[in-house]
Design a protein around this ligand. Sequence first.
Ligand SMILES: [Zn+2]
Length: 456
Amino acid sequence: MNLFIKGGAWCLEKVVDWFARIEMQLGGSPHSHMPIWVEGAPKYYGPQTDEKTREEIVKFCDKYITTRFPSLDEDAELHNKIKEVQTHSRNHSKSCLKCYKTLCRFGFPRPVSRRTFICEPIKVDNDDEKQCCKKIKEILTEINATMNTLEKEKMLSWSDFDNLLIKYNWTYEEYEYALRVVHTRTIIIHRREPNARWVNQYNEELLRAWDANMDIQFVLDPYACAKYLMSYTTKPEREMSLLLKATHKECHEGNMSVREEMKKLTGTFFNHRQVSVQEAICRATKMPLTYSSRGFVFVPAHSNSCKFLKPPNILKQTDPEDDNIYMSNLADKYFDRPADSEFDICMADFASEYEILSINKNTKNPKTPIKRLQTLNFTMKKRCNRNTIIRYPYFNKETDRENYFENLLCLYLPIRSRDDLKKPYELFYEIGEIFDTRQQCIRKVKDIVLENQKKI
Ligand SMILES: [Zn+2]
């Protein structure tokens, strides 16, 4: 699958970035949640999105995503595949009815539609409109119910659907309006034939190759997508913390001493974690559970960041008076970078664009030149592929301002030593000026910081 999306088949054209998290269903079967960044994909900007962009989004969706359900004669292979893996059960499952009892939380059967469009909800303010909406919802429910009944006898066609519209004296435009009334959040409604109400949208090439269920969606709201992913990527930890909480409560009620409670919590922590057989196999064989097109690196930008002690055997040989007892971290390496103006970059760029290598590592025919750090036993080399994602400590801008601004300045202001920053940091950020060696002029600290921050 990896190779199929990224190279060769080109079924989603140029995929520039991806992230995948493998999750095990309750039954244990692995499945993956995967945002994919496609080069040149149009972006939705909410209700103010202009007409041209909307058309591009629809065109983009129709190019890669479909709900088509070909007949057995038309395409037996695809027909069977869809029937087997890509059709929602008409009886629904336990999990899909769990939120609303009778309504399927995946929205099946999905609405029939003559065209793909961005379905934006309609806000109702006054009572008249509310009444009108209620009527519209009732009719739509009736139309659906009739289609459900009809479907048991025959394959639904457009004429069945059109007859229903006539029955309720609705134009097709009024039907689309009704869809906007019943949906409470913006979604893409895909073009869908009446015979495909139970088919989840798919990419044809992918489905043929993947031979398993997929739910491919155009992302309208990147924030909602990130939120959804976060809830999945942190799922086991959340379950775990609930368990720890329960243990804590139990201890508290039992009037346990702190020592006893810690012992009990440790026991819970070590012995409890739901793992399916498939997940256990994945973990035991070190099969990755996440995949990503980019690596990430932690940047200890703040002067008070954690440091690791040197290993005991080295410390033993060190003079007891010597206070050089810590291993160098990324910030130390940044301040030790070569003196050439080429490296007049900020710590964030240093971490994101460069790879730090041990001096003992022999790299044959490196694609980018290897440079020695000034004093530490390390070398640095520009990353050949993508820049890596940086992570850094979080300080609250409102309640912890000095630390917040120190961290910000360390990350985004090109400096050679921490002494280049002046206290108080907030004032230095707001009104400070430094000589920009790249542009050979005095510039405002704030401008340089914002410029570098924007890039990241
Ligand atoms: Zn369902």
